[in-house]
Design a protein around this ligand. Structure first.
Ligand code: CDV
Length: 309
């Protein structure tokens, strides 16, 4: 069965841009994707605002404007309505704030909404990169550990009439555990958004490696799990801070079948044959026949390296 999936890459969102204007850009891309036959669209991580963890804020009064409360939040509502009208499902990354158990929680979240407008579920980012406190020696920070809690929903997979879909966010794609857990839950399609600065603040490396590691992580995830990958970047220079593009759709063979060529708003789409993944999961990556979990203990028992001898 073939299903058309689209990935909607975003160009920069500047600090001065309003959420209303950003949502209109998302709706324009949703319409384009629908015009190209898409049933599902993947939008980027933290799609409604600039990538604010690069900045230092000290109080919720300073950073709460980047967060959304309720689903849909007032800012997102026009996108939800347009998608329901067009009968297109979507993945959307956003900063989530909620009150639970008398406490306020903030997560880096993605929601999956079905073509009928039903909220199928959420994912909250597990692998938060960067630091809690500013490093202070670069031209920007990466303070996700300051603004977000570690996600508490694991790596969920949602069944839909079109495919079983697993969600993750940005840095999660560098960790193979992310995809294997979703694959063991029967994911046939992985959806993810990302904001990846062109410069690595932790150690200097050539800029081309950022694109290479993005593609390497995604292509291996697709192949090793026999799943399609939908990866949506927020790209280009946000108020002078450059981020990679390279949004792509990857087949379960690990081959890139569509790739954005710009660092702007750009829709790519592909008719994805789900049988291609099923074939790989019946052969070389038939987990039930070939996996050896009795030898995988350290993966869940340890965080860092432990040397016994
Ligand atoms: N938003 C991210 O998670 N960005 C990370 C950067 C900081 C390395 C990424 O993995 O692309």
């Amino acid at each position: 069965m073939s299903v058309v999936f689209a990935v909607a890459q975003m160009g920069p969102v500047h600090l001065a841009d309003t959420k209303e204007a950003v949502v209109q850009r998302l709706i324009a891309m949703l319409r384009e994707a629908h015009g190209r036959g898409a049933r599902w669209v993947t939008f980027p991580e933290l799609a409604l605002t600039t990538f604010f963890p690069r900045y230092i804020y000290d109080t919720p009064e300073e950073y709460d404007a980047f967060f959304e409360e309720g689903l849909p939040s007032p800012a997102m509502a026009p996108l939800f309505e347009a998608a329901k009208d067009l009968r297109v499902g979507f993945y959307l990354g956003y900063a989530e704030k909620l009150h639970e158990g008398g406490q306020v929680h903030r997560y880096n979240t993605a929601v999956l909404v079905g073509p009928d407008g039903a909220i199928l579920g959420k994912y909250r980012k597990v692998h938060l990169p960067g630091t809690k406190d500013p490093i202070g020696d670069g031209e920007f920070e990466h303070l996700e550990k300051r603004y977000f809690e570690v996600g508490d929903l694991g790596f969920p997979v949602f069944g839909t009439p079109d495919a079983r879909m697993g969600l993750c966010i940005c840095n999660d794609r560098r960790w193979p555990e992310t995809f294997r857990v979703m694959a063991l839950r029967g994911a046939e399609v992985f959806m993810l958004g990302y904001n990846t600065p062109t410069r690595n603040i932790h150690h200097p490396e050539p800029a081309h490696l950022r694109e290479f590691h993005n593609a390497l992580s995604l292509q291996s995830a697709a192949y090793q799990n026999g799943a399609w990958v939908m990866a949506a970047a927020k790209a280009g220079s946000e108020d002078g801070f450059a981020m990679i593009g390279g949004s792509c759709i990857i087949a379960p063979t690990g081959e890139v079948v569509a790739r954005a060529i710009s660092e702007d708003d750009e829709v790519i789409a592909h008719a994805c044959d789900l049988e291609l993944g099923a074939y790989i999961r019946r052969s070389v990556f038939d987990f039930a026949r070939h996996r050896r979990p009795e030898h995988y203990g350290p993966i869940t028992a340890q965080t860092g390296v432990e040397i016994a001898d």
